[in-house]
Write a protein that binds this ligand. Structure first.
Ligand code: ZN
Ligand code: ZN
Length: 397
């Protein structure tokens, strides 16, 4: 039997100007049945009142504290399939358009993923003892791995975060690295300018993807693996690169699922089927669904609500019976009315045969206030799930 941690990203919401929350309004018979069988409440990710990104939120749910957070760069790089050793640096990259020394488009006109893939091979090189490895991910996005002679020093990126500003170069306390980065970016610019794909784009009146903007530096850390920490092996099913990256970072086996895209068109049935299959092989399965958060960011109430219903209809029936313990929650709240992550505690449902059932029979934020789990810390969610599975050794004699 196995534990499922099902994370609907940014699930938490609030009632707003007379409207119930999307989760409250959504028709979710499967989630409600689970609530009836289990107990509900909330978790706070890293403490009351704190607002977190998805990366930190997930690390907390896996039981890791902020001191284990390596920054966004390494997590994205791991998610893109790069191998990172402790001390190596990684940054997020945008392919951008630079004309006359100015950043005219931070996203190079949002080219299809194939454009970046075609350019990928030009962007890996060694400069003055530093190795730069570029891996393209989606649309205009990629990641850059930086390998140095020793631990890589902090790098301040060169993304101006808006258009029309001059193209600059990253800064670092390590002047050798700063110089190598500048050379790398200058060379990358020359190679990109001359690339066949960009010549074609220019002929068609499209913007050239001819420069790199770097941000989100982080240094890979040594981290205790999930198995060492929890005593059980785990697998992960996710579409988005960041979530695969966080899972890989803690040593979960990331299982690729065709059709898992990390957006609203993701194949929920394929993900549910994959998770259910993994329940036979792993005592722990993490399943991530992204679009709830995206609808929250877009301020799209109906979208968030309809997507929750879709999860209930297409995914929940596939996992309901496959796992002996299910923890259903989010990694933070993303209230549609606030269009961003918020500090609000995240609704949590834990269902398992030996759990202490409460009286709540529906799953939403305001019902969770009446629930038996109360207010938990994210790091304890897995501990409770392990307890329910009989995986907690007695402390003391
Ligand atoms: Zn998130
Ligand atoms: Zn978000």
């Amino acid at each position: 039997m196995a534990i499922l941690l099902l994370v609907l990203d940014g699930l938490g919401d609030i009632r707003w100007e007379g409207k119930p929350t999307p989760l409250e309004e959504a028709h979710t018979p499967h989630m409600d049945r689970l609530a009836e069988k289990g107990a509900v409440g909330f978790h706070t990710t890293i403490g009351r009142g704190k607002v977190v990104g998805s990366d930190v939120g997930h690390l907390a749910l896996f039981g890791y504290s902020l001191s284990h957070y390596p920054g966004r760069g390494p997590l994205e790089a791991l998610g893109a399939g790069l191998e990172l050793r402790p001390g190596e640096g990684a940054m997020r990259v945008n392919l951008a358009t630079v004309e006359g020394g100015k950043v005219v488009d931070r996203r190079a006109g949002r080219p299809p993923t194939e454009v970046g893939k075609a350019l990928e091979g030009l962007l890996t090189m060694e400069v003055d003892g530093f190795e730069f490895v570029y891996r393209h991910t989606t649309e205009h996005r990629g990641v850059l791995l930086i390998r140095g002679p020793g631990p890589v020093a902090e790098v301040e990126g060169n993304d101006p975060h808006r258009e029309g500003l001059p193209y600059t170069y990253p800064r670092s306390q390590d002047k050798a690295l700063e110089k190598a980065l500048r050379k790398y970016l200058e060379k990358a610019h020359r190679l990109l300018e001359g690339a066949e794909v960009n010549r074609e784009r220019a002929e068609r009146g499209l913007k050239k993807a001819n420069a790199l903007l770097l941000r989100g530096f982080g240094r890979m850390k040594e981290v205790e693996s999930f198995e060492e920490k929890h005593g059980i092996r785990g697998a992960a099913v996710a579409g988005g690169a960041l979530y695969k990256g966080v899972a890989r970072y803690v040593g979960l086996d990331v299982v690729e699922v065709e059709g898992a895209t990390g957006d609203k068109n993701t194949d929920l049935e394929a993900k549910g089927r994959a998770a259910a299959r993994l329940a036979g092989e792993y005592p722990f399965v993490f399943l991530h669904v992204k679009a709830t958060d995206s609808f929250g960011h877009d301020g799209d109430y109906e979208g968030k609500k309809a997507f929750i219903e879709k999860v209930d209809r297409e995914l929940m029936p596939l996992v309901e019976e496959a796992f002996s313990t299910i923890a259903l929650t989010g990694d933070h709240s993303t209230p549609w009315a606030l269009k961003g992550h918020s500090f609000h505690p995240v609704p949590l449902l834990i269902a398992s045969k030996p759990c202490r059932r409460d009286r709540v029979k529906v799953f939403h934020e305001y019902a969770c206030m009446e629930g038996g789990l109360g207010m938990m810390e994210a790091k304890d969610v897995l501990e409770v799930a392990k307890g329910l599975e009989g995986l907690q050794p007695k402390v003391g004699s």
